[in-house]
Design a protein around this ligand. Structure first.
Ligand SMILES: Cc1cc2nc3c(=O)[nH]c(=O)nc-3n(C[C@H](O)[C@H](O)[C@H](O)COP(=O)(O)OP(=O)(O)OC[C@H]3O[C@@H](n4cnc5c(N)ncnc54)[C@H](O)[C@@H]3O)c2cc1C
Length: 444
């Protein structure tokens, strides 16, 4: 099955040069997905440094061009477990800095020309068991400590028994309304978490942002595509990136590769940069399917994540998520969620047909569970992308302790869009010499 991402279809055909000689810059950002583009943006905006952005492939066309595009503030781990590892203050602060990224993202979207301009609406996580409700209630308890306000609203079905200790953390809801929020035909959901959501084509955001930066900073910014970094030599002052053709001579290097760079790092300034860090990023291939239609007319924006139903093989044992949005002259419904681990030692290939039969699960879900299927589908899309999961399932944003010239903004852990805004901003503060508090994202 063709990997025909609708997001890449919306891109303009723009090609940047391949690096073929030696170039100098103060900072080299490796990877031109959303993390690299945002890192370049913030470094240019917040410092006076010159920046080179390199990509082994094309701007915005890796994971950033193969996702669902839901912008949400969510960790892939329970707040309770993050609290256990880092303490209450750190988990609350981490959630707050990601929340602060909303304003930053909207400022950026305002500067680039996107039509229609993405806007914020209410998205939902759908729960079908009391166990799932209790887990989310435990997270809300953590988030409510230290006087922190709630960012989400939890709705629970009228007759579901909930322990007294969670009083005040949820609102009751009728089944009809719950089904309505969840775009579902099924009657067995027991609750939903409502959260601020925006959906965007992150590949298009990358492309537009790069065009904007080239216009605003013509003297300080250059981009090279099809330029793969093969080796990095880190020095005390100067560092070098050897590419398939050409060489970059710079002071700071920011890795925005999502964790799959496949190059060697030599540290001339001390201890080896342990290769196992990179090997510890687990690759997961996520599948998605899209239905283009002219059917929807009114309020069509929606985003719902359906929790897995465990134990019954006839049901769905994985997260399934849907989005609905304007797309060109019509509308696009997307469904995704089937993920599989990339076998160790295997390189992800965007042209391989990863488990095409699994797309049938997504189709079955849409037909049997989804309430708002378009009557006439004009075009179907199938696509897949690679996600990088860190060992502790928390993004890595910070400085390599063995050589301060190397920085990271990577490890998407499934939900990487809003955190990459924070990541880019934080990296610019470090490079700009500002004092930055240690946070949970420093765990290199
Ligand atoms: C199916 C799917 C659904 C998703 N849905 C969502 C969602 O709804 N919400 C959300 O928040 N997140 C989602 N994500 C995750 C989100 O897409 C990622 O967080 C984000 O795109 C990662 O951006 P990135 O820039 O870090 O990585 P990428 O976009 O993968 O960019 C990394 C770049 O680094 C380059 N690179 C790697 N090695 C080298 C090298 N040696 N030399 C030069 N360049 C190199 C690559 O070519 C690539 O272009 C989803 C991901 C997938 C796959």
């Amino acid at each position: 099955m063709l990997n025909n991402s609708p997001w890449i279809e919306q891109l303009e055909d723009i090609n940047y040069d391949q690096l073929e000689k030696t170039v100098d810059a103060e900072v080299c950002v490796v990877g031109a997905g959303i993390s690299g583009c945002l890192s370049a943006y913030y470094i240019l905006e917040n410092t006076q440094k010159s920046v080179i952005l390199l990509d082994a492939w094309k701007v915005g066309q890796s994971a950033s061009g193969h996702n669902a595009g839901q912008v949400i503030n969510q960790f892939e781990r329970s707040a309770k477990s993050i609290e256990k590892e880092f303490g209450t203050k750190k988990v609350i602060e981490a959630r707050q800095v990601i929340e602060d990224s909303w304003t930053r993202l909207l400022e950026i979207l305002d500067k680039i020309d996107l039509t229609p301009q993405p806007r914020i609406f209410k998205g939902y996580d759908a729960y079908n068991s009391v166990e799932q409700l209790n887990n989310i209630l435990d997270d809300l308890v953590v988030y409510n400590k230290l006087g922190q306000r709630n960012f989400e609203k939890l709705y629970i079905l009228k007759d579901i028994h909930i322990d007294h200790k969670y009083a005040g953390l949820y609102q009751r809801i009728e089944l009809k309304k719950l089904k309505d929020y969840l775009d579902t035909q099924r009657d067995d959901f027991v609750g939903a978490l409502e959260r601020k959501t925006l959906i965007m084509n992150s590949a298009l955001v990358c492309q537009k942002l790069i065009q904007f930066l080239l216009q605003v900073y013509p003297k300080r910014f250059r981009v090279f595509e099809k330029t793969e970094v093969i080796r990095i030599d880190l020095g005390l002052q100067n560092s070098f990136l050897k590419c398939n053709k050409g060489l970059v001579n710079c002071n700071k290097i920011v890795l925005c590769t999502n964790g799959f760079e496949n190059f060697q790092i030599n540290n001339k300034n001390g201890e080896d940069i342990i290769k196992s860090f990179h090997q510890n990023i687990i690759g997961k291939v996520g599948l998605m399917q899209g239905y283009f239609s002219f059917d929807y007319k009114e309020e069509i924006y929606s985003a719902v994540s359906y929790s897995p139903r465990k134990g019954n093989l006839k049901e769905y044992e994985e997260y399934i998520y849907t989005t609905k949005r304007r797309f060109g002259e019509g509308f696009l419904l997307t469904v995704g969620g089937t993920e599989m681990n990339l076998k160790e030692g295997y390189k992800y290939n965007r042209d391989v047909d990863y488990k095409a039969d699994k797309y049938k699960n997504l189709e079955k879900f849409i037909i049997t569970e989804y309430a708002n299927l378009p009557k006439k589908v004009i075009k179907k899309y199938h696509w897949h992308g690679l996600m990088g999961y860190t060992k502790n399932m928390i993004r890595i944003v910070g400085v390599e302790p063995r050589n301060k010239n190397l920085l990271y903004n990577l490890g998407c852990n499934g939900v990487g869009l809003l955190p990459s805004v924070f990541g880019g901003w934080k990296i610019s503060q470090i490079i700009g010499g500002k004092k930055v508090e240690k946070d949970i994202f420093d765990s290199v």
